[in-house]
Each structure stands twice: as structure tokens, then as C-alpha cells.
Design a protein around this ligand. Structure first.
Ligand code: MN
Length: 464
């Protein structure tokens, strides 16, 4: 049995606002949140001058994801350790690598996480096909929920591996309405991308610099518009992962104005990086959707501040420089379609979004809501995570607003050998990360958490 612990003297921030309070942790859960708590025999953590925030919830990671002959650089051990060091105490990873049956995908992902994760985790399922009878599709979704998986992702891109047609998406949305299993979409029009890719390759444009032109903002906006139209027709909710562009944002806003229950997530790399890396031919910055321009970045910051974009998740899916160079075929990439895409992010998200507070673009509450409160609420985790109130898991971060950190790969804990933020210095970093009351990281370094201590979190379906 762990001793009682009091996190004393900090500014507690969550959706309930910012207030001076102590937090009592008992048996891995939050037992009280009150000013000037006095508890005999409790261990005390001094949080004076710091923010005490809910542990981060990152609802978009890809640990140990095989893509062709290479695999994303972090597995559940290194990925969740990096998460803990950066103040994230729960991740939701995407189970499924292709068109395998869902039972197989779920079993494979449980095997990958069990015995390795150091913080808690859940799974989304990737859906690539559904029974044609609506009742059977809904039964399948109900089966996901019985396994504690209450969200799915459908890809409108990658025809060769993952893409679904509109009829399948429509059935998924109807099944979602009936079961409360949330539908997420990767919103890029795969057919348009394919056409543009064929043209680019035929014209000899084969390097990373071509990625922007074959996956332009218009193909994101079009896919969002199409998915939102189907969601509206089905009376279902829709969640757009990794929103990257101003055009896509306009499509989200238009759908919302038309009465569609739509939510959007963006990623730190769309808030901080831009396509100049691609223009420079840098293979290590390839991801999909691609990095955009300065106007897109500014539009996303504005939407995040206003709450039009509710969530910042990472799409953490880095590949080592060597694996990128090898390409998905393993023999070296001949053109950009063979460069495994995805960037690092799980460790740097909390602090990078906090830079919005430093620069005056985000309130403390928006920072915390985008990184823990909203993802917990939208993905059925709010009975355990995402806020600081009695009864919830004691997933807490003591965030030191005065700490500085250089975001180089050498000072981070991902197994990837490069960081997309190399050389960048941030202000504000976790001084302490608690997962269910246990210290898992101190000053951004691992506190030797036992691999396998992280638990699978069964999530609730959406209220109907
Ligand atoms: Mn992803």
C-alpha cells in the first residue's frame, strides 16, 4: 500500500478553472482537492510556484507500428516512458496495421503493450471493412465496446492499405449512432492524392518536396466535407484526427455551422513546423497530412485558442533516419511514396502547447483542456482521467513554468535518433509526473517505473 501523498501549494488547473489547492492522493486515486489540507503522516510534494495539472492524455499514438519492412521507432516501453517524462500519463494507440481482422489486431496490440507500458493506455481500432447489413455493423461496434474499445478510425486515404469507401463510412457512422462508439476519420481524399502522385512521379518530382503538392489542403477539406455530410445524414458524431490546414479548418467550421456534431484534433507539428523542411528535401519531416504554411499554422493556433479545435494529440510515429532512408520496401526509397512518414511528439506535446500560454495565445485552461480534459471527455476516459477531482486516478503533473528544456533527441527519451524540434528551447516542463499516485518521472527523467505497470483502460461509449 502506498502512503498518502499531498501535493502542496500549487495552482491546480483543469476544466474547473485555476485555483490554489492541495491535492491528497490516497491508494492511487485523488482523495481531496482543497486549500491547506492537513493530513497526518502523509508524504508531501512541494508544488509551490508550479501548476498542478491532470496527466496528459494523448489520443493519437502509433507505437511499434509496422509499415512495410520498417517499424515506428518507439514500442510501448520507450513510447510510454517518453510520454511519462513529458507529462503524459495515458495514451490511446491505434490497433491495426492493415486489413487484418479486428480480433487479431486487438490481440496483437494487447500483446505489444502488456508487460511493457509504464503509463496507462487504451486502443482505438482501425476499421477497413464492415458487414453490409446495418444491424451486423452495429453488432460489431457493440463488440468493440465490450472489449473496452469505444472509438474507431476510418481512413479516407491510402487506397492500397487502409482506405474505405463512402458506403462503409456511412455504415460506420450509423453504427456509431446506435452504439456510442466514436468514429474518427483520417481526412484526406485518397483518390485525389493518388492522381496527384501519379502526375508528380511522371513529371520526375520524386523527393520529399513533392509531398506538399500531392496532399494539398484542398484534399483535406474535401474529405472533411464529405465525411461531415455523411455524419450529418446519419445523425452521428464525427472526430477529425490531425487537422493540418486552414482549408480543413474552414470545412470543420462549416460542418459545425450546418449542425453536424464534429470535433477536431491538431498536432504540435502543425502548430510549430512548416513545409520549408520539405522544400529543403528533408526526408525526416515527411508525414501525412504534410506540414503546411505559416497561414495554416496561425489559423490552427487561433482555432485552438477559440476552442474550435478541441484537442492536441501527437500522431507520434517516428522512424529512425536509417529506416526512413531504407524506405518501406527496405532497399532504399526511390520516391516519396516509399518514405515512412510520421513525427515524434509524445514527450514534447505538453510543453509545446504550453508555449501558447507563454506567448499569450492560450489560457491556462485551454492548454490543460486541449492536452487532457477534452481528449478524456471525448474518448470515454473522464471517469478516470483528465481532471483533478476526488475519485479520479491520481494522474498528476507538477508543471514547473520556469524550467527550460532543449528539445533535442539527445535529451529526450524516444528511441528515434532525431527530433523535429532539434535546437528549440521551451520554457515550462514537468517537474514531477504521477501515474495513479506513483512517481514515474522527475524533472523530465524516468523515475525507474516498472515496465508493465501501465494498465489497459477500458473506455466508456458516448452517451446517446
Ligand atoms: Mn496517425
Amino acid at each position: 500500500m502506498m502512503n498518502d501523498l499531498v501535493v502542496r501549494g500549487g495552482t491546480v488547473v483543469d476544466a474547473a478553472g485555476a485555483r490554489q489547492a492541495d491535492v491528497l492522493v490516497r491508494g492511487g486515486a485523488i482523495a481531496a482537492v482543497e486549500p491547506e489540507l492537513a493530513v497526518d503522516g502523509a508524504e508531501v510534494v512541494d508544488a509551490g510556484g508550479a501548476y498542478v495539472v491532470p496527466g496528459g492524455v494523448d489520443v493519437h499514438t502509433h507505437f511499434a507500428l509496422p509499415v512495410g519492412s520498417v517499424t515506428s521507432a518507439d514500442d510501448f516501453e520507450s513510447g510510454t516512458l517518453a510520454a511519462a517524462c513529458g507529462g503524459t500519463t495515458c495514451v490511446v494507440d491505434f490497433a491495426g496495421a492493415g486489413r487484418e481482422p479486428w480480433q487479431e489486431a486487438l490481440a496483437t496490440w494487447h500483446d505489444r503493450a502488456r508487460g511493457r507500458a509504464v503509463v496507462d493506455y487504451g486502443f482505438h481500432l482501425t476499421v477497413t471493412e464492415l458487414p453490409s447489413r446495418p444491424e451486423a455493423a452495429a453488432e460489431r461496434f457493440a463488440g468493440f465496446a465490450e472489449h473496452g474499445v469505444t472509438s474507431v478510425k476510418l481512413y479516407l486515404a491510402y487506397p492500397e492499405r487502409l482506405m474505405v469507401d463512402d458506403a462503409t463510412l456511412g455504415r460506420a457512422l450509423t453504427a456509431s449512432r446506435r452504439t456510442g462508439v466514436r468514429v474518427c476519420v483520417h481526412a484526406e481524399d485518397g483518390a485525389a492524392v493518388e492522381t496527384l502522385t501519379t502526375e508528380a512521379l511522371a513529371a520526375g518530382r520524386t523527393g520529399p518536396e513533392a509531398v506538399s503538392s500531392v496532399r494539398p489542403p484542398a484534399v483535406e477539406a474535401e474529405a472533411i466535407h464529405r465525411a461531415a455530410t455523411l455524419a450529418g445524414a446519419a445523425g452521428a458524431r464525427l472526430y477529425v484526427v490531425h487537422l493540418s490546414s486552414e482549408a480543413g479548418l474552414q470545412a470543420v467550421r462549416a460542418a459545425r455551422a450546418a449542425g453536424v456534431d464534429i470535433h477536431a484534433e491538431t498536432c504540435p507539428h502543425y502548430l510549430y513546423l512548416d513545409q520549408s523542411h520539405l522544400e529543403a528535401g528533408e526526408q525526416d519531416f515527411v508525414c501525412a497530412p504534410p506540414l503546411r504554411g505559416a497561414a495554416d499554422r496561425e489559423a490552427l493556433w487561433g482555432a485552438l485558442s477559440a476552442g474550435d479545435v478541441e484537442v492536441v494529440a501527437t500522431d507520434h510515429c517516428p522512424f529512425t533516419t536509417q529506416d526512413r532512408r531504407r524506405g518501406t520496401g527496405g532497399a532504399g526509397w526511390a520516391d516519396f511514396t516509399q518514405i515512412p512518414g510520421g513525427l515524434s511528439g509524445v514527450e514534447t506535446r505538453l510543453s509545446l502547447v504550453y508555449q501558447g500560454v507563454v506567448s499569450g495565445r492560450l489560457s491556462l485552461e485551454r492548454w490543460v483542456d486541449a492536452t487532457s480534459g477534452a481528449p478524456a471527455r471525448l474518448f470515454g476516459l473522464d471517469g478516470a482521467k483528465g481532471a483533478i477531482r476526488p475519485g479520479l486516478d491520481a494522474d498528476l503533473v507538477v508543471f514547473d513554468p520556469g524550467a527550460t528544456r532543449r528539445l533535442d533527441a539527445s535529451s529526450l527519451h524516444s528511441r528515434c535518433d532525431h527530433s523535429p524540434y532539434e535546437g528549440r528551447v521551451v520554457t515550462g516542463w514537468p517537474a514531477l509526473t504521477l501515474s495513479r499516485g506513483e512517481v514515474v518521472a522527475v524533472d523530465g527523467e524516468p523515475a525507474d517505473p516498472r515496465p508493465g505497470r501501465g494498465r489497459f483502460v477500458r473506455r466508456s461509449p458516448l452517451a446517446r
